[in-house]
Design a protein around this ligand. Structure first.
Ligand SMILES: NC(=O)c1ccc[n+]([C@@H]2O[C@H](COP(=O)([O-])OP(=O)(O)OC[C@H]3O[C@@H](n4cnc5c(N)ncnc54)[C@H](OP(=O)(O)O)[C@@H]3O)[C@@H](O)[C@H]2O)c1
Length: 295
């Protein structure tokens, strides 16, 4: 039996120049969607170019800075006009960072929220007239950090919580005007996010947090980067396939985790009425490794 053809209309994927965005754009093109791969800058598309060369699939590449809110309505309208409507938007563009709470300044919070919260909100606002017209979908790439606050990633976690809060509030309303809104909660991926150099910088300036940060990093090394309760690292291609499957569903859920261990962690948090279970998971990453638990 062959799969039904994908619906007509464009699928915009933001932040497609690298990482998960590039993999998602290519995975959707391979399934027959008309993909508008929106990239932050045409000068940084090496990740996308390499995947396209390997795949043979075709996407339309267009430049969009998701913090340029004024440009979004015209960008979306032009994509819809070129492709006979707008079927879906995958809001993937995002930034992350690590720091101690005391060292990260508010300007850094604002930069993170500009890309991870206000960008997707502006994108959804600009897309809705087109999505409503054709019963479309809006899928935002969140993270386990959208449900579980991660140590030394306060601004990132806060931004993904905010994103999920806005979309959770709007999703049932959107459904009643014919638009499905979903968030995709991924665990760690082997993409651009946390870099060793960033941790070295944070550790060098950690001051009173040096001991607890050192222990966190040592624990990550001791458990070979698989802290207890932390989902296993996935490739961008694996997560992209989950997003493509979600877009193909007749009745997509609001929350979608990208792997069974991610689902278990999110389930634990969502049933955690007093916050103790979440604190036990992430707090445990900051304590000495119990004797005999590491191979
Ligand atoms: N990596 C992980 O472990 C992980 C885990 C869970 C969720 N996520 C989420 O997955 C998504 C993709 O991240 P990734 O890991 O694939 O990292 P990535 O390779 O750094 O991809 C992020 C993309 O967003 C683009 N971008 C940044 N600011 C932008 C802006 N203002 N306008 C338009 N595009 C912008 C970047 O373009 P430039 O590089 O050209 O700026 C880049 O192409 C993010 O939402 C992230 O929060 C990541």
């Amino acid at each position: 039996m062959t799969a039904p053809p994908p619906p007509s209309g464009a699928v915009i994927v933001t932040g497609s120049g690298s990482g998960l965005g590039a993999s998602t754009a290519v995975a959707l093109a391979e399934r027959g969607y008309r993909v508008v791969a929106s990239v932050h800058s045409r000068d940084r598309t090496a990740g996308l170019d390499a995947l396209l060369a390997r795949s043979g699939a075709a996407v339309e590449v267009a430049e969009l800075d998701v913090t340029d809110h004024a440009a979004i309505p015209a960008f979306v309208a032009a994509a819809a006009a070129r492709h006979g409507g707008l079927h879906a938007v995958v809001s993937n563009a995002g930034v992350s960072g690590v720091d101690t709470f005391e060292n990260e300044d508010l300007a850094s919070y604002r930069r993170t929220f500009e890309v991870n919260v206000f960008g997707p909100v502006a994108l959804l606002k600009g897309s809705l007239p087109h999505l409503r017209a054709g019963g479309g979908r809006f899928v935002a790439v969140s993270s386990i950090a959208g449900v579980l606050g991660l140590p030394f990633q306060e601004s990132y976690s806060g931004s993904k919580f905010a994103l999920e809060g806005v979309l959770e509030a709007f999703a049932p309303v959107a459904r009643r005007v014919g638009v499905a809104v979903s968030v995709v909660e991924a665990g760690p991926m082997s993409t651009g996010a946390a870099r060793v150099a960033d941790w070295d910088r944070v550790l060098a300036g950690a001051g009173p947090y040096t001991k607890v940060l050192r222990r966190y990093l040592d624990n990550a090394i001791a458990w070979r980067a698989e802290l207890p309760g932390m989902p296993a690292t996935q490739t961008a291609a694996e997560v992209a396939a989950v997003i493509a499957d979600l877009l193909g569903r007749d009745d997509p859920p609001f929350r979608c985790q990208t792997a069974p261990d991610t689902r278990r962690l999110v389930a634990r948090k969502l049933a955690d009425l007093d916050g103790a279970a979440a604190g036990a998971v992430t707090g445990g990453w900051l304590d000495p490794v119990p004797f005999g638990t590491v191979e």
